[in-house]
Design a protein around this ligand. Structure first.
Ligand SMILES: *Cc1c(COP(=O)(O)O)cnc(C)c1O
Length: 358
């Protein structure tokens, strides 16, 4: 097995693996499971300090992004796609699939979104049903101030959909300070559970908007409204992946027990950036660094595959390359969740230093 220092999935703690291998119940029939599921969702609400209701969906993180767009978009709806990265721009595809009209507001990919420029834009055009934005856009590692962004959108009566799959639980996020209507998270990033689950936090306004649609939601599996009354009705739209949820719950308990979790992420991220620059490499970003991932320009005279293969074959370490417009241009060290430990990152940095020197 390789050391998994990628931008997700991350390494998983032993107790999470164990929880996934325990005997399990029938989640459709056993009412105890509904209590266990609800209790787990309530802990997710507490973890991000919000009254918005959390739900665990059976599907990898992408499901949350698609479910948000499927559930809110009606044909012809204008949707503001706030774009300063590959995932940010990607939201436009989901909006289009469900008949919406995405309007891209594109910013420099090398820094966080300038909130005052967003405000300028909205003062001229704010006729949008909702807006999408990414918290940490993992291909570049940029971190956006989604709380301030959501507050501005709220002022203009625009709902907000935020992809925090690669940020939540690694970067501090207090939802009570903002107005995020659908926040999307995943199991395999800073929570350090295996891939396979989505977590969403949904506001009352978002549910109201779904309930007041003229046209029914054009999806079954990605229909958030279908989850709303699961507890009262003791009914899920599909059989919940019970073993995955038991693993996720253990990973969440690990997070909640870790008082220093954000401090650890921040220190490890700072160390990584400094170490990378000290060895003469350059960072992709100018500013807006996430504490979960560090993105490094491929140095002249090297290719991404040369560095990644060397790390893999000589040091037994996997880190990430990139895709889309950043394919071949950057390499990425993930330092979130179980990987946000100094000794793990130091090992990668030492290995990288040896490879670049040669
Ligand atoms: C990992 C991630 C997701 C989930 O997408 P995959 O490509 O399937 O891993 C969604 N959004 C962001 C920002 C992510 O980093």
């Amino acid at each position: 097995m390789y050391k998994l220092m990628t931008a997700g999935p991350t390494e998983v703690r032993e107790n999470v693996l164990k929880a996934r291998s325990m005997p399990f119940t029938n989640p459709d029939i056993d009412s105890d499971f509904f209590d266990y599921y609800k209790e787990t969702c309530e802990l997710f609400e507490k973890a991000l300090n919000t009254d918005n209701e959390a739900f665990i969906l059976g599907g990898e993180g992408i499901l949350g992004l698609e479910a948000a767009c499927a559930s809110l978009t009606e044909p012809g709806d204008r949707v503001l796609v706030i774009d300063n990265g590959i995932f940010g721009k990607g939201f436009a595809d989901f909006v289009k699939i469900y008949g919406g009209e995405p309007v891209l507001l594109t910013f420099d990919y090398h820094k966080e979104i300038d909130v005052s420029l967003l405000e300028d834009f909205l003062s001229k055009d704010s006729n949008f049903k909702y807006a999408t934005v990414v918290h940490c856009d993992t291909p570049s590692g940029v971190l956006n101030d989604v709380i301030s962004i959501s507050n501005i959108l709220h002022k203009y009566n625009i709902l907000s959909v935020v992809d925090s799959v690669a940020a939540a639980f690694g970067n501090p996020l207090d939802l009570s300070k903002g107005h995020i209507d659908i926040l999307c998270g995943g199991s395999q990033k800073a929570l350090s559970a295996p891939p396979g689950l989505t977590i969403i936090w949904v506001s009352k306004e978002a549910f109201k908007t779904m309930e007041n649609r003229r046209i029914p939601i054009a999806s079954f599996y990605a229909n958030i409204l279908a989850m709303k009354n699961y507890y009262k009705d003791k009914w899920f739209p599909y059989t919940m992946p019970v073993s995955d949820i038991m693993g996720l719950r253990t990973a969440l308990d690990n997070f909640l027990e870790d008082a220093d979790v954000y401090k650890r992420h921040s220190e490890v991220a700072k160390y990584t950036r400094n170490a990378v620059e000290n060895m003469g490499l350059s960072l992709y970003l100018e500013s807006g660094f996430s504490d979960t991932v560090t993105v490094i320009n491929v140095p002249e005279g090297y290719t991404d595959t040369y560095i990644l293969d060397k790390l893999k074959n000589d040091y037994n370490i996997l880190i990430s390359g990139c895709f889309d417009i950043l394919a071949g241009k950057v390499i990425r060290i993930g330092h979130m969740g179980e990987n946000a430990h100094m000794e793990k990152v130091k090992e990668v940095i030492d290995a990288l230093g040896n490879i670049i020197k040669r």
